[in-house]
Ligand binder design. Structure first.
Ligand code: HEC
Length: 135
């Protein structure tokens, strides 16, 4: 009974934003841009938190691992976002985001904390640039 009650409370609390669970492989099949963006935000937000908390570039091993994975997911979502093109300027920003995802993964895999923090921050700048023009 307690477990059921807990589940009901959890489902109610989460109802404001239904979590979409999407594997890396499933990202390319997402059928709407808002879903791609939801996945992108869920992937990238923890990376922004890490970057904000480590402006000095001092990252732990688990944080570097997490950023490496985030970079990969950002690239996959950016490539999928490009499939919902809104013109050349939009495509260029989607491509920029995809390559920034790759750069983040590379920096994190090389244990270059300063570059990884910079990379995550640059990703956020691209989110904002595209939203101010195309959202
Ligand atoms: C190439 C352009 C582009 C880039 C880059 C981009 N976005 Fe978006 N984003 C959009 C557009 C366009 C919408 C509006 C989509 C809609 O409502 O159909 C949007 C909407 C969103 C939404 C709202 C989704 C919803 O449920 O309505 C979130 C959250 C979001 N973006 C997060 C991000 C994050 C985080 C990043 C960077 C990691 C990012 N976006 C990068 C174009 C972009």
């Amino acid at each position: 009974m307690r477990a059921v009650l807990g589940l009901v409370v959890t489902l109610t609390l989460c109802a404001c934003r239904p979590a979409i669970i999407v594997t890396n492989d499933g990202i390319k099949d997402l059928d709407a841009l808002d879903k791609v963006m939801g996945v992108l935000a869920d992937a990238a937000d923890p990376g922004f938190d890490i970057a904000d908390g480590a402006a000095d570039g001092q990252l732990t091993e688990p944080q570097l691992k997490q950023l490496a994975a985030i970079g990969g997911r950002v690239t996959l979502a950016a490539n999928r976002a490009k499939g919902f093109s809104k013109g050349a300027g939009y495509d260029a920003l989607a491509d920029q985001l995809a390559s920034q995802g790759r750069a983040l993964t590379k920096a994190a895999q090389a244990s270059d904390g300063a570059a990884a923090v910079k990379g995550a921050t640059a990703i956020r700048d691209t989110c904002r640039a595209c939203h101010s023009e195309f959202r």
